[in-house]
Design a protein around this ligand. Structure first.
Ligand code: LRH
Ligand code: MN
Length: 391
């Protein structure tokens, strides 16, 4: 394929790309030691959606907002969905939360006590009701369940309890609804996390059925883990349901995606593009899962979306024919060079062109800053409690 054709194909793919935003990134989150407030932080899900809509307004590729229950509990979820519609966005995945209830201290779906497991299953059924009310088709499950000390509980029995509980939740889904199961290698548990890795999540979702897939959070792997290998494997199984994009230097830092390791993000998007999983109908949901503890939240989300666009653009510019030829010829350096040529390409002008063709300002960050929105909400949102994790 000629380079010019590849560029046009890349621009067309970038115009169709969508990135889902986390409602909780617009509220306060914190470090282990302190939650820092910021002026103008939303006080409720309606204001969170308004801020998320700003990201879509200036990037054009962030039309969905993922909700977290109970952080985004409201009396009228169909009203919230209409509010989203009025803002030009939609409600995306519904996240359950079994990591902040006293009853779940020793686990939720894995808890030794069947009454506690039943409570956790009921919470997920409540989330499914929220999906029905908002039109969301996806339930996102992350279990903080785990152990801190050897012997604390039976590793095997906990897996059986999780399998049984997940089956009950999966059974409660409507036929057009899906479930994605997230894994994380540690935290808050420090000895064993019951769903610690892609293999465990994959085993559980394959046991459930076709409408269950894996969520890959880029901050949830042991240091040194080759994440693009996991991406390739899950795509090969047709079980990659979603990404929680962020970046990290050490642990689950939840920093802006691409900030800590832009090359890793590129390698991940390369595997995605090779499999055609960047296409809107691929069934892979590209979401952000980040916390902006010290930086302004809307600009940080805009920057993060831009980082995903740029990594995707570089991946779309890989000369796959030349790469494959070099790989099959055993030309190690030749193959590596083809990939690095794409990675070393400054794609910012290309992505800016795509924005202009979409009728947007080529520089979303500057356009948002010039809008005065941040100052407006800082002045308006006085009083009430700023939204947060409530931890
Ligand atoms: C867990 C996690 C999960 C969310 C939470 C906000 O670390 O990544 O995806 O529920 O962050
Ligand atoms: Mn996550």
């Amino acid at each position: 394929m000629a380079a010019s054709t590849r560029t046009e194909a890349a621009k067309s793919a970038l115009r169709q790309q969508t990135i889902e935003l986390p409602s909780w990134a617009f509220g306060n989150s914190g470090t282990r030691f302190k939650v820092f407030g910021q002026p103008g932080v939303p006080r409720d899900p309606f204001e969170k959606l308004a801020d998320a809509a700003q990201v879509h307004q200036y990037t054009g590729v962030a039309p969905r907002v993922s909700l977290h229950i109970p952080w985004d509990l409201v009396d009228d979820f169909s009203g919230l969905a209409r509010h989203a519609e009025d803002l030009g966005v939609q409600i995306g995945m519904i996240n359950s939360n079994v990591f902040q209830d006293d009853d779940f201290m020793l686990g939720s779906l894995a808890h030794p006590d069947p009454r506690v497991r039943a409570k956790a299953v009921d919470h997920h059924k409540q989330c499914i009701d929220v999906m029905r009310a908002t039109g969301s088709k996806d339930l996102k499950v992350w279990l903080s369940d785990g152990l801190n000390y050897p012997g604390q509980d039976s590793i095997r029995a906990r897996q059986d309890r999780i399998a049984e509980s997940l089956a009950e939740i999966y059974g409660a889904l409507d036929d057009d609804q899906h479930m994605v199961l997230e894994y994380k290698f540690f935290e808050p548990a420090f000895y064993i996390t019951d769903v610690p890795d892609w293999g465990t999540s994959l085993l559980h979702v394959m046991a459930l059925g076709d409408r269950a897939k894996v969520v890959l959070d880029t901050g949830h792997h042991a240091p040194g883990t080759n994440i693009e290998f996991i991406v390739a494997q899950l795509l090969r199984q047709g079980r990659l349901g979603a990404f929680d994009f962020n970046s990290r230097f050490y642990a689950d830092d939840d920093l802006m995606v691409g900030a800590a390791d832009p090359f890793q993000l590129f390698r991940i998007m390369h595997e995605i593009v090779l499999a055609g999983a960047h296409a809107p109908d691929s069934g892979v949901n590209f979401m952000l899962d980040q916390c902006h503890n010290i930086e302004p939240k809307i600009p940080a989300q805009i920057r993060s979306v831009m980082n995903v666009q740029e990594a995707t653009a570089k991946a779309l510019l890989v000369d796959v024919e030349a790469l494959t030829a070099a790989q099959l010829a055993g030309d190690v350096l030749g193959a590596h060079a083809v990939l690095m040529d794409a990675y070393d390409t400054d794609v910012r002008p290309l992505v800016a062109e795509v924005r202009e063709e979409m009728g947007l300002d080529p520089n979303p960050r500057a356009a948002f800053a010039a809008s005065g929105y941040a100052e407006k909400v800082a002045a308006e949102r006085v009083g009430g409690a700023q939204a947060g994790w409530g931890a």
